[in-house]
Design a binder for this molecule. Structure first.
Ligand SMILES: C[S@@+](CC[C@H](N)C(=O)[O-])C[C@H]1O[C@@H](n2cnc3c(N)ncnc32)[C@H](O)[C@@H]1O
Length: 227
């Protein structure tokens, strides 16, 4: 199987645990160090390959299963990504994705940061479109014989309540850290206020406990047409 935009291998590692032969690819190879360590500790073999989801360095029909968990959705050219996922999957194979829902909490989070970051280039599509069933049907078209889309929710828990949640993102989440790094102090302070207000408004955790924010996503399972 191939895990696209694998990051540090959360999905790839789970697949390798089942005995699958796994390739993990990502645009950001710095993420592989943590994945390699986790694989080594668990005695698992994974091949790590630096690759853009829009231009995968693999042969046609090379894999039985392709996965991407909140990963390929971030590449700007959605059609190129869908074409690549289909191309490297064997006929009759499976493509599984986890994508944030089009109208869920991620949309609100992106809105907070959109006011403080440069606009995306005009040819980039919104990542939220990967959570829209109609758009998914169009992207895969008649190259898939079935397309199952199931909505679900996961909860992010971070110690320290809403403030701890914001600080965690600022320290560990690349796009958030990069946005802050490019801002003058006054604007960074304004973003702090907006981000904290988002986290406080959407926190469903206990008072004085960890922040709990619930993100809606869709689980997508497509079967490529068998020849
Ligand atoms: C939220 S992380 C998810 C990582 C992993 N799938 C997981 O579930 O933990 C998003 C990942 O997408 C990767 N990514 C973003 N754009 C990409 C692209 N065009 N091609 C490949 N990977 C990309 C990032 O480098 C990052 O590792």
């Amino acid at each position: 199987m191939l895990d696209v935009a694998a990051g540090s291998g959360n999905t790839a590692l789970r697949a390798a645990e089942t005995g699958a032969s796994v390739v993990a690819s990502d645009l950001t190879p710095e993420n592989f160090a943590a994945g390699r360590l986790a694989a080594e500790r668990a005695g698992l073999q994974i091949d790590w390959v630096e690759a853009d989801a829009e231009d995968l360095p693999f042969a046609d029909a090379e894999f039985d299963v392709i996965t991407s968990s909140v990963g390929a959705m971030w590449a700007p050219d959605h059609q190129r990504v869908a074409d690549e996922l289909v191309r490297v999957c064997r006929p009759g194979g499976t493509i599984g994705m986890i994508n944030f829902a089009a109208d869920g909490l991620l949309a609100d989070l992106l809105k907070v940061f959109a006011d403080y970051a440069p606009p995306p280039p005009p040819w980039a599509s919104s990542p939220l479109l990967w959570g829209d069933p109609d758009n998914l049907s169009q992207l895969f078209g008649d190259r898939v014989s079935t397309l199952e889309i199931s909505p679900s929710i996961y909860t992010e828990r971070v110690p320290g309540g809403p403030l701890g949640y914001c600080e965690y993102y600022k320290q560990f989440f690349g796009p958030v850290a990069a946005t802050y790094a490019a801002l003058p102090a006054e604007q960074a302070a304004a973003l702090d206020r907006d981000f904290l207000s988002f986290a406080a408004k959407n926190n469903t955790g206990p008072e004085n406990g960890p922040a709990e924010l619930r993100y809606q996503y869709v689980r997508v399972i497509a079967r490529t047409v068998a020849r």
